[in-house]
Design a protein around this ligand. Structure first.
Ligand code: Z5A
Ligand code: MG
Length: 228
């Protein structure tokens, strides 16, 4: 489904920050948020899963081990958690606001596929994401499991185990290849400042390009090879 783009005026940028656990996504989203505010630009920070909504509360119960869910069912809840937010994100973008997103469809597909459930392939997991807004800028914070583990160690939530993280890392790379999407890979094993400077350099370059911020919306499409 294509979102009609009625406004010819300048819209905001949709910026997604993805990455492994403890790679510093939330820290970098906050830094980027502050960067926009300092520039006098309107900006919104959205984090998925949004645990405040009814779907988000069910997801939170699952992640914290208070509730069990079928793998497919919880996967669709994560996707629904994005779909229920997308019209408000789109309307903010159209109003000229920049929107920073902390985890998005890419996390959605890879964390479910990493469970190695033979009935839940990466292709199956990607399908409910098709039609959501495609980011204008996509960053992937890359970090080794060893460095990530040093940042306080893995927590108590589901998925926070080192072997799961290695699988997730491989799946992210495979997914980006199969989507042929432009991804800015950032070495997130450095200091928060060093990482923030790299991200801001790309954002500044895009902001300087007026065409990019008036572009029509694109949506996430099918994986190129649906064999797996
Ligand atoms: N999940 C899913 O299955 N399906 C979906 O559709 C979605 C998510 C959207 C919860 O996600 C789980 O949901 C997650 C994926 C799954 N499972 N796992 N595992 P979440 O986003 O709510 O998880 P989180 O706890 O907010 O994020 P995180 O990955 O653990 O952390 P982060 O945001 O990448 O890092 P941070 O909070 O910015 O930093 C972590 C610590 O490291 C903190 O103490 C920082 O001060 C420190 N830090 C950050 N950057 C640095 C640098 N550069 N150097 C040193 N220390 C640093
Ligand atoms: Mg986070």
């Amino acid at each position: 489904m294509a979102f009609p783009d009625s406004a010819a005026s300048k819209r905001g940028l949709l910026i997604v920050i993805e990455g492994l656990d403890r790679s510093g996504k939330s820290s970098q989203c906050q830094r980027l948020f502050d960067f926009f505010r300092l520039q006098g630009q309107r900006v919104r920070y959205v984090k998925f899963p949004d645990r405040s909504t009814p779907t988000g509360k069910m997801i939170d119960s699952y992640l914290t081990g208070k509730a069990q869910q079928d793998d497919h069912s919880v996967h669709l809840l994560f996707s629904a958690n994005r779909w229920e937010a997308i019209s408000s994100i789109k309307s903010d973008l159209l109003s000229g606001m920049n929107v920073i997103v902390d985890r998005y469809s890419f996390s959605g597909a890879v964390y479910s596929a990493a469970k190695d459930n033979p009935e839940l392939s990466l292709s199956w997991a990607w399908n409910p994401e098709i039609g959501l807004l495609k980011p204008d800028l996509l960053f992937f914070l890359d970090i080794s499991s060893e460095v990530a583990a040093k940042r306080g160690g893995y927590g108590a939530e589901r998925y926070e185990r080192e072997e799961m993280q290695s699988r997730v890392r491989e799946l992210f790379k495979g997914l980006f290849d199969r989507l042929k999407i432009v991804v800015y890979q950032v070495d997130a094993g450095r200091t928060i400042n060093q990482v923030a400077v790299d991200i801001q350099a790309v954002v500044k370059g895009t902001l300087a390009n007026q065409q990019a911020s008036t572009a029509e919306f694109e949506t996430l499409g099918h994986l190129l090879d649906t064999a797996t």
